[in-house]
Design a protein around this ligand. Sequence first.
Ligand code: IPM
Ligand code: MG
Length: 361
Amino acid sequence: MSNRRYKIAVLPGDGIGVEIMGVTLEVLEKLGQLCDIDFLFSEALIGGAAIDQTGHPLPPETLELCRYSDAVLLGAVGGYQWDELPSHLRPEQALLGLRSGLNLFANLRPATVFPELIHASSLKPEVITGVDLLVVRELTGGIYFGQPKGIFTSETGEQRGVNTMAYLASEIDRIGRVAFAAAQQRRKKLCSVDKANVLEVSQLWRQRMNALAPEYPDVTLTHLYVDNAAMQLIRWPQQFDVIVTGNLFGDILSDEAAMLTGSIGMLPSASLGATAPGVFEPVHGSAPDIAGQDVANPLAQILSAAMMLRYGLSEPQAAARLEYAVAEVLRQGYRTGDIYTEGMQRLGCKAMGAQVAAALA
Ligand code: IPM
Ligand code: MG
């Protein structure tokens, strides 16, 4: 038995989450054998699957299991059959509950263009070649959680929908520090994205980022308004190293950044708090339209497991080995349908996982 043993909470969720998780656990087993790591997987319900069995998208047992694990590996949640439920019972609530329940304030979403997939992107090759950026999104504050929120009746008797975008200085500082530290490990450029020309909450955001900068003299801090940032991301994405932004802007910009790489099916993410466990999940959703057909791309889930090894379990060598294996199967020409281009070899979900497992050795 290995002295490196980790308790992993496994939450496959809905749709393709189930398939890509199955494949990923097999790849992790193989990696564990090769790197002498024991993974103790415990599975729990989340999302629509949890609604069907327990009536709640994030059952208390699931949150408890996560709290007592070293890391949480999450698939995806959601599907058409749960779309009509009241909002507090929808599968998406499970993600928000997990984020706030585990205090996961920092969401890391890297967007890296694999040279082999340049032609899968909808942008010109010269625009995306070499893109390697990291979106650091604040995840437990801002307009997603601010009070007041709700649909109220106004004085005139009309309905009024309300959400509140608010940040405490301390919330800005802690996400700022994560982003500055990430930039120090990379190309030392940090771009903070806000809407300070209009929003007070953004003016405070910008002040706090500027106030942190002297603590990281090796990092160059710049600022962009969010509308301009959205434009710059498709105009000249190579200019970016680390982007730090609030919850809503980060939600939007990380989808845009994802598409630079050609397929959202390739992108992992990590959600981290001040202490373990973190949650590691693909950026893509549950894709109910292709669920159960063994055609889903498991690579974002596998790369999320690599992020788990690196950021959640401090196993950088195992992480690098897994990332190398993914790059290797792409070099060998294996593709799932979402990243397929002519002349490549098209594989289903399971077969892709088997190739990654083989490439580990
Ligand atoms: C994401 C998703 C979620 C979000 C939804 C499903 C709640 O879009 O993780 O980016 O808005 O954060
Ligand atoms: Mg999103």
